[in-house]
Write a protein that binds this ligand. Structure first.
Ligand code: GDG
Length: 495
């Protein structure tokens, strides 16, 4: 080992740092903590440890020196404009994102993007190796960094490595399209523990390892002897693989939604929309996985059928700008713009808009007020790892009001079983589900909401982080770990 080890005994590696660089009115740049549950969850597990976070600062550009913020060392990874294009917009968001979301749009396979992905993953692995203390725990996040576990293990066999996939892991029949499929699996198998949103995702990963690498699975341990056709000489691996579904800061959101300012704002929102009998709401990143077009299609048919009539009913659709340099996202935007224009042209009146379409990001308080104001939240993804918006809506409804229409293709559908579940591809079924959510007996709707609130309160983001880390601690082949001995049940193939 060349250079001396670092001093941080807990290291997070994620594509982005937990801060954004903002420039004040007076032209001075400063760092602002990014909003969101992941950052709060990580704060909660970092407290009391010497912790570092390795990630990209968000702009193309020069090296930024590591700096300390709220007790955590932030270690920026610099990316040039070409690297952002090839590693981030290209391989991460034009190859992996669509491939892992059921090929809703066709993934593109470009050798130049793959080369950049490998190089940037290596850069992350080296940065982690530099800051991690002897025997440190390293938590790697998401699909942008799938090669980091093995690259890091090669540099630092002493550290304990976990990886969590925020998005689905596809069935092997789709994953097998990837020209570099074995390298990706091998990259992940460098971890001690791989966490997924759903049991199905963990199963898909294990099946891919079986079919493409000849690995075996026993319980939640995948074993690979390191031999396969293309990659010679790898060390054998035993890796724990299971589902640890992510959640949100229930108490924080519940508290925010109860504040007088948020409640007042919720009333104001309804009154500025003409106090509709039913306010429908959609809140999504503008992403083709979220089923926004299917939702708008169902809504426009309900208007055309005369089942819904503005201004008694209106839809607010927040579509947060996302990945605007990627062509599939630009195309989606123009399709959604067109659809909204047609719906409003056909069905709005003066002071009675059928759709209020807002292509902006909003502060957390405004989101909570929108959740509290909405009678029905429409969450209709074609595929979604979890969908935090659904859980955030539930946490905001301290009043037991509201109704959630939820696609069965989200991770959240496995937990929020009393939601009005739907198949967004089935437009007739989706229309009926929206009407059912609007018209069900209020006492029954309330029961559904209270059951979902109990679930999310009990399984919040802090519990998720604790569960994840204890699974990582108990990973196989580690002193004190809970792994099974090698001779028990191994080699049984995939159940
Ligand atoms: C990925 C997976 C998985 C959105 N607009 C605004 C805003 N948001 C916040 C939401 C929510 C988050 O962004 C979006 O999370 P989702 O889970 O809905 O979706 P992805 O961005 O696709 O996230 C997903 C997640 O990772 C976590 O593992 O659940 O399946 O795809 O928190 O509230 N927040 C604010 N203003 C906005 O305009 N403040």
């Amino acid at each position: 080992m060349g250079s001396p080890h670092g001093t941080f005994d807990f290291v997070v590696a994620a594509n982005r740092l937990p801060v954004d660089r903002v420039v004040d009115d007076d032209g001075v740049a400063r760092w602002q903590t990014s909003p969101g549950g992941l950052v709060s969850a990580m704060d909660s597990v970092m407290a009391g440890r010497t912790a570092a976070w390795v990630g990209w600062a968000g702009d193309p550009g020069e090296d930024i020196e590591p700096f300390d913020r709220e007790g955590t060392r932030l270690h920026p990874i610099a990316l040039t404009a070409d690297e952002i294009r090839d590693y981030y917009e290209g391989f991460s968001n034009t190859t992996l994102w669509p491939l892992y979301h059921d090929v809703i749009v066709p993934p593109l396979y470009r050798r130049r993007w793959w080369a950049a992905y490998r190089a940037i993953n290596q850069r992350f692995a080296e940065a982690v190796a530099e800051v991690a203390a002897d025997g440190a725990t390293v938590w790697v996040h998401d699909y942008q960094l799938q090669l980091v576990p093995t690259m890091l293990r090669d540099l630092r066999p002493d550290v304990r490595i976990g990886w969590f996939n925020h998005i689905p892991f596809p069935p092997v029949e789709l994953f097998a399209q990837l020209p570099w499929r074995q390298s990706v699996l091998r990259g992940l198998l460098g971890a001690d523990f791989l966490g997924f949103q759903r049991t199905t995702d963990a199963g898909n990963f294990a099946r891919a390892c079986h079919q493409l690498l000849g690995a075996t699975r026993s319980g939640d341990v995948v074993s690979w002897d390191g031999s396969d056709d293309e990659l010679q000489g790898a060390a054998p691996r035993r890796v724990r693989v299971s589902a640890v579904p992510i959640s949100i800061d229930f108490a924080g959101l519940d508290e925010l939604a109860r504040t007088p300012a948020v409640r007042e704002r919720a009333r104001e929102i309804r009154s500025s929309l003409g106090d509709p009998e039913t306010l429908l709401l959609g809140v999504d990143r503008l992403d083709y996985t979220k089923g926004i077009r299917h939702r708008l299609r169902a809504y426009s048919e309900l208007l055309a059928d005369g089942d819904l009539v503005p201004p008694q009913v209106t839809l607010v659709q927040i579509a947060t700008p996302s990945r605007e340099r990627v062509s599939a996202y630009r195309e989606l935007r123009s399709q959604v713009d067109g659809q909204v224009g047609r719906i409003n042209g056909d069905h709005s009146g003066i002071g009675a808009a059928a759709v209020h379409y807002l292509h902006h990001a909003y502060p957390r308080e405004e989101m909570a007020a929108l959740f509290l104001a909405a009678d029905v939240l429409l969450v209709t993804p074609l595929r979604d790892g979890m969908n935090l918006v659904a859980k955030e809506y539930v946490a905001s409804r301290w009043d037991g009001g509201g109704a959630l229409v939820l696609s069965e293709f989200t991770g959240a559908a496995q937990e929020l079983t009393t939601a009005f579940q739907c198949n967004p591809h089935d437009i007739v079924g989706l229309k009926q589900t929206i009407l059912r959510a609007m018209h069900e007996d209020p006492a029954d709707r309330r029961k559904r909401m209270l059951a979902m609130r109990r679930r999310v309160r009990k399984h919040d983001v802090f519990g998720w982080a604790r569960r994840y880390l204890s699974a990582l601690e108990a990973a196989p082949d580690r002193p004190g770990g809970g792994g099974r001995p090698r001779d028990r049940g191994e080699g049984s193939g995939l159940g």
